[in-house]
Design a protein. Structure first.
Length: 216
């Protein structure tokens, strides 16, 4: 039912977004779900969406946990993102990778949840010293390679450093290094030239190195 849209020819204009590889199976599946919703067959769309959720669940939890550092909050953000994706699937652009579109929604859900959590903590009344005990690490998601190589303290330093980045740099860094998207895909998702994405990524990495060197 769905078809992969034609790809653009390479541009010779400096800073223009490079052509993307053929869209992934999940992108084609998202386009199919969009078509089902548009035709009014929401039951079939939900069935197909379950398959898409299964494909993206593990990756989504890993990304959310990187932002929130709490298994419960990460799961809440992921579920919220999946609901929003299905609710707004009709607005999905079939010429963009679904993974990037979904990651943008997920990152926004994580940021919203962090703001909400900060407000709750601001007004919370400490009940006892036991409430200050940090939660144990969740069994899932599996740790990333970076987390296996560094201590928990170093992982916390990295997380704090990423959170201190300006919004655009943090988003680009997360999409490229956590969601493992190419700069071309991020360019398409954010509506920026690939050259601009590379500049934000370069600045983010440079600032992170400076912050982490200072923390060492």
């Amino acid at each position: 039912m769905s078809r992969t849209p034609p790809r653009r020819a390479p541009s010779t204009v400096a800073g223009a977004a490079a052509p993307l590889a053929p869209l992934s199976r999940d992108s084609q599946l998202a386009a199919e779900i969009k078509g089902l919703v548009a035709s009014g067959d929401r039951d079939a769309a939900r069935d197909r969406y379950g398959e898409l959720v299964a494909h993206q669940q593990r990756r989504a939890v890993r990304i959310a946990y990187q932002y929130l550092r709490d298994a419960h909050d990460a799961d809440e953000a992921v579920q919220d993102a999946f609901v929003k994706v299905f609710t707004h699937i009709i607005s999905y652009r079939e010429d963009l990778p679904f993974e990037v579109w979904f990651t943008r929604i997920l990152v926004n859900a994580c940021l919203d949840l962090r703001k909400s959590r900060a407000r709750r903590l601001r007004w919370a009344v400490p009940m006892s010293s036991s409430s200050d005990t940090p939660p144990s690490d969740p069994a899932t998601p599996e740790p990333t390679p970076e987390q296996r190589l560094v201590s928990r303290e170093r992982a916390d330093e990295i997380t704090a450093a990423v959170e201190s980045l300006p919004d655009r740099q943090r988003t680009v860094f997360t999409l490229c290094h956590v969601a493992e998207q190419t700069t071309a895909e991020v360019s398409q998702a954010l509506g920026l030239s690939e050259a601009t994405v590379r500049v934000h990524l370069f600045r983010a990495v440079r600032k992170l190195r400076r912050l982490l060197d200072h923390a060492s």
